[in-house]
Write a protein that binds this ligand. Structure first.
Ligand code: SF4
Length: 360
């Protein structure tokens, strides 16, 4: 999905920045009937993702991100997780959300690193919670936050907090997000916000976005899944997807077999209680063996849940934010499924997973 989209609100003479305007994902625009279009497969979609929008864009400069400060191009033309994000008037969007409330499962405001991001997120949160009861998450920008500000989010009715750690080791985080041409982020600050959010919002109300394919090992990923699970914090898995023009544009995506195995490992840890002793790695940190019963692992894999998009739940506990095409292009095989995988999907997953060599 790489076509350029016109701005949906073209009133002349208005500054089109947050809090009066926000960007929304294409899938959200389709779900709210603000854009026409359909998904390649028919499925219910009720997760609405908003993104703050500023002329200066995001002031961070992460090596893999489509919004990065030193990535060439005007901010308005940049993509975020590879899809275009139309700009809409916040009040029009809130009215649409209220109109479609019965079909919505989860709302999320993604902050960006910007001096006004906290103030504007509070403003937009107030407008949303005054009109819509669908649970609201904020994917926060840690540099803009403090413990008191997180408490304010909670008081305003925010249900869950997401933290986009993305790079799962300190060394990787530093190389991609700290020691960069402009606007370095701090690993310590991210963990401070994870800890504060966990205390303020409670168990299973905080999630950490983790990325497969930035240069980390399987062991690094398994260790972070275990550490977060032990703190009753969700890990949400994303597949690195090269953004054209970003510093990591030439890096290939992870192989499907590795990706499927990491999806399964995350699920076994979080939903099935697997501990560190179940995972065996080689010298390079690659997962080579699962110490478990093959039939039991195959039964879990066969349920398909492990391969669905990780996202904040809806009010009924079912997947609420499913971000279709967040980790792959519509023309590519599904990396994560925004719906329960069907029989044919499960066959594909089984072939990609190659369980026989992982659980001998
Ligand atoms: S998974 Fe949660 S925090 Fe992440 S984008 Fe979706 S609603 Fe926001």
């Amino acid at each position: 999905m790489t076509v350029q989209l016109p701005i949906l609100d073209d009133r002349a003479g208005q500054a089109r920045t947050s809090p009066e305007h926000v960007r929304i994902s294409m899938a959200s625009a389709i779900a709210l009937r603000m854009r026409s279009g359909r998904f390649s497969r028919d499925f219910d979609f009720g997760g609405i993702n908003l993104l703050l929008s500023y002329d200066e864009g995001c002031l961070s400069d992460c090596g893999y991100c489509g919004l990065a400060r030193t990535r060439p191009g005007a901010y308005g033309d940049k993509s975020f997780i590879r899809v275009e994000w139309p700009l809409v008037r916040t009040d029009d969007l809130v009215a649409r959300m209220a109109e479609h409330e019965a079909t919505l499962t989860r709302l999320c405001i993604s902050m960006v690193t910007h001096g006004h991001a906290y103030r504007d997120t509070c403003d937009i949160t107030r407008r949303i919670t005054a009109a819509v009861r669908t649970p609201l998450s904020i994917l926060v920008a840690p540099p803009t936050l403090s413990r008191r500000r997180l408490e304010t989010f909670k008081a305003l009715g925010v249900d869950m907090i997401g933290i986009g750690l993305d790079a799962v080791t300190e060394q990787l985080f530093r190389s991609l997000r700290t020691d960069v041409p402009a606007g370095g982020l701090k690993w310590e600050k991210y963990w401070e916000v994870i800890g504060d959010a966990r205390e303020i919002f409670g168990p299973w109300k905080v999630n950490v976005h983790t990325l497969v394919g930035l240069g980390e090992t399987d062991r690094d990923l398994v260790e972070i899944f275990l550490a977060l699970r032990d703190r009753q914090v969700f890990s949400y898995l994303f597949c690195f997807n090269p953004e054209p023009g970003s510093r990591l544009a030439a890096r290939p995506k992870s192989a499907l077999t590795r990706w499927r195995r990491m999806q399964l490992a995350r699920h076994l840890i979080e939903a099935e209680g697997y501990g560190a002793e179940r995972f065996e790695f080689d010298q390079a940190g690659t997962l080579v063996r699962l110490r478990a019963d093959r039939a039991a692992v195959a039964a879990v894999a066969g349920q398909g849940v492990a391969f669905m998009t990780n996202g904040c739940p809806g009010g009924d506990g079912q997947p609420g934010c499913t971000r279709p095409y967040g980790s792959y292009r519509p023309s590519e095989p599904f990396r994560d499924y925004p719906f329960p995988p069907a029989a044919g999907d499960l066959r594909d997953i089984g072939a990609q997973l190659r369980l026989e060599s992982l659980v001998p």
